[in-house]
Design a protein around this ligand. Structure first.
Ligand SMILES: [Zn+2]
Length: 237
């Protein structure tokens, strides 16, 4: 037959079951923003890589443009010299301009070789940029999916915990031993469980062998006995 005290313990155990689950959910909910942030940080790394690849590609394009301008200005210079050659008086002056043109042509050749090399680098940079953009798009899709999984999980946990809190509010008014309830709540804030069974004289929380007088007290009705070692509340199964 169930005694009054037993049923009070029973109600506290029912409350504890709710509280354990509520705490579990609250912890999981607290972790979710951090997990989402890790996902978003991962995506940010991919964005940085893509931006770097884009900067690299733009830098190479700019260098090529610069070389083209340098080549063009030298070509103009040659045209100008050619234009002036008609007015030259001596063969010596003519030879001097010819050798100047030759030297400028040499410069142009050097610049064009450099340009060719940059063009082939640019192709590589374009390929890299394409790869980075592709991997960014892939990663963005994965992150978006994962984040929405976390959001769904959070929503479902919020719903579950709201239901559990409502159940808790239904249970609490039925507990007549309000001093026990207070004690239970105080211990529960510090422990995984506030109420643990005593079995063969051993505390179900810390697994220490309890002194015989404690075991004896637990058997008595109307008291709530605390474990000497861990402070959890003991009940006889
Ligand atoms: Zn204990």
């Amino acid at each position: 037959m169930e005694t009054g005290t037993d049923s009070e313990i029973g109600k506290l155990l029912a409350l504890q079951e709710l509280d354990v689950r509520i705490r579990q959910i609250e912890r999981e909910l607290k972790d979710i923003p951090e997990r989402k942030k890790l996902e978003e940080d991962r995506l940010a790394t991919h964005k940085q890589d893509a931006t770097k690849a884009e900067d690299n590609q733009k830098g190479r394009q700019a260098s090529i443009k610069e070389l083209e301008l340098e080549v063009e200005s030298r070509r103009q210079k040659i045209l100008k010299i050619r234009g002036q050659q008609a007015e030259l008086k001596t063969n010596k002056e003519f030879q001097a301009t010819e050798s100047e043109i030759k030297s400028i042509q040499g410069e142009i050749k050097g610049l064009e070789d450099k340009e060719l090399e940059l063009m082939s680098n640019l192709e590589e940079a374009n390929r890299q940029l394409g790869d980075r953009k592709k991997s960014l798009a892939d990663e963005a899709a994965v992150v978006q999916r994962d984040v929405s999984v976390w959001d769904d999980r959070a929503a479902s946990l919020e719903k579950e915990v709201a239901g559990l809190r409502a159940q808790r509010q239904d249970v609490v008014p039925h507990i007549r031993e309000t001093a026990w309830l207070k004690l239970y709540e105080r211990v529960f804030t510090r422990k995984d469980r506030a109420l643990v069974p005593i079995e063969a004289g051993i505390c179900g929380g810390c697994h220490m062998q309890l002194p015989p007088y404690v075991v004896h007290d637990v058997k008595k009705q109307g008291t709530l006995v605390t474990c000497n070692y861990c402070g959890r509340l003991l009940f006889e199964k």
